[in-house]
Write a protein that binds this ligand. Structure first.
Ligand SMILES: Cc1cc2nc3c(=O)[nH]c(=O)nc-3n(C[C@H](O)[C@H](O)[C@H](O)COP(=O)(O)O)c2cc1C
Length: 397
């Protein structure tokens, strides 16, 4: 993706260097445009060195970084797949909301047809000022995306809203805004489950599994990028991605409750969560003491979420599951597909420690007519995109 990163004159400008590095390392083409005020906080040399591209600016000092004396603002406006302004000052928000084009960045913002994303950062009183809020509303009317600032300790010493959002979160938002859509998934409501469940034994001990939740999160991101409206039901500790409703669920029972409530309103579901099949019969109120002899743990079955969703599935809905198998992978997946009324099962070979927590992974899709060509081996983010593209090519528009 070609990302034009606008950097304006706030203290958080130093964080834009980290963002430029992160986006470049992820394989994106990144070109920075620095305002005059921005150049007082961070240098063009830093940004050019991190991105391997010239850093563009409006003042004479930056001329040496310009590749050609052509109509730079139009070239850059056309080059970008997405324009992200990080950090965005109150000043640039005001300029863009009112169509002012006083320097290179504000002129690009008028000239571009690419999606525009804002990550503002400023003092709390400035952030809450009606002028800033009205400007933001106007920018949203133009179709621009806002990544809200976080609350926290600000550089001015005050505590409140106005702190630049987390850099990883902004990078995720840029990806969501700038990715090409997949027509069959645009506007589709999709439920994604992800992560482990945790079943308490007592106040300090629990039963869980080795799932991290990463694969499901990457699938949720890939669906979001494709244009789907995703609702993520998430176990584990990983951060919720940008741009989707997320319901945190700790136990199998909580996950069941969330999924059962959401499913009737969905077009489809990809169930990637590693849900516990058993839970302790009872949860002790106090921490258990060690005994002398052998100790027994009595487990009871949890409800099967996938089976429930399969039974409730309406003809227009689709339901995709995973099978983490250590033996007879494809045979077991075929049985699961039929028994749980699924449209496809992705088989994850977890023999010899493969699968959980590993970066490169392979998934074999199994349909009613039989196993399909494997997807991967690929890192989880790319595998998730491959899986979503594979399904997008099969699903009805
Ligand atoms: C030390 C310092 C810190 C500043 N921090 C911010 C800030 O965090 N957010 C903001 O909106 N403006 C901040 N400003 C004000 C802007 O730099 C000023 O409005 C400038 O004209 C913005 O120009 P630009 O939008 O073209 O970069 C700060 C100014 C100074 C001197």
């Amino acid at each position: 993706m070609k990302i034009l990163l606008g950097i304006t004159g706030g203290i958080a400008a130093y964080k834009a260097a980290e963002l430029a590095r992160l986006l470049t390392n992820r394989g994106h083409g990144v070109r920075c445009v620095l305002t005059e005020a921005g150049a007082r906080f961070i240098t063009p040399l830093t940004l050019a060195s991190l991105t391997g591209e010239p850093c563009y600016g409006a003042n004479a000092d930056h001329h040496e970084w310009r590749p050609s004396p052509s109509v730079e603002h139009i070239e850059l406006a056309r080059w970008a797949d997405v324009v992200a302004v990080v950090p965005a000052t109150a000043n640039i928000l005001g300029q863009a909301a009112n169509g002012l084009a006083g320097d290179l960045l504000s002129t690009i913002l008028l000239a571009t047809q690419a999606p525009v994303l804002w990550a503002p950062a400023m003092n709390t009183a400035m952030w809450e000022h009606p002028a800033v809020q009205v400007n933001l509303e106007r920018l949203k009317v133009f179709g621009h995306t806002l990544v809200e600032p976080a609350e926290g300790m600000l550089a001015c010493g005050e505590e409140g809203a106005g702190k630049l959002a987390d850099i990883e979160f902004i990078a995720d938002a840029i990806r969501a805004v700038g990715s090409p859509r997949l027509p069959t998934l645009v506007g589709k409501k999709v439920l994604v489950t992800s992560g482990p469940t945790r079943e308490d034994l007592d106040p300090v001990r629990l039963l869980t599994n080795r799932s991290t939740g990463e694969m499901g999160i990457e699938i949720a991101r890939a669906l979001r990028d494709a244009g789907a409206e995703v609702h993520l039901v998430l176990g584990g500790d990983l951060a919720a991605p940008y741009g989707m409703e997320t319901t945190r669920s700790r136990t199998a029972e909580a996950m069941m409750g969330a999924c059962a409530g959401l499913w009737p309103g969905m077009d489809g579901c990809i169930a990637a969560a590693a849900v516990a099949d058993q839970k302790p019969q009872s949860v002790a109120a106090e921490k258990g003491k060690k005994g002398d002899g052998p100790e027994n743990l009595v487990l009871v079955r949890t409800q099967d979420i996938l089976m429930h969703l399969g039974l409730q599935k309406k003809p227009a809905q689709w339901l995709l599951g995973f099978a983490a198998e250590s033996e007879h992978h494809l045979e077991n997946a075929q049985v699961k597909l039929a028994k749980k009324n699924l449209d496809a099962v992705f088989v994850n070979d977890i023999s010899a420690g493969k699968g959980f927590g590993h970066q490169a992974n392979t998934l074999t899709p199994v349909l009613a007519e039989g196993p399909q060509a494997p997807l991967g081996p690929l890192p989880k983010d790319q595998l998730a995109s491959a899986l979503v593209a594979w399904w997008a090519a099969r699903v009805e528009p």
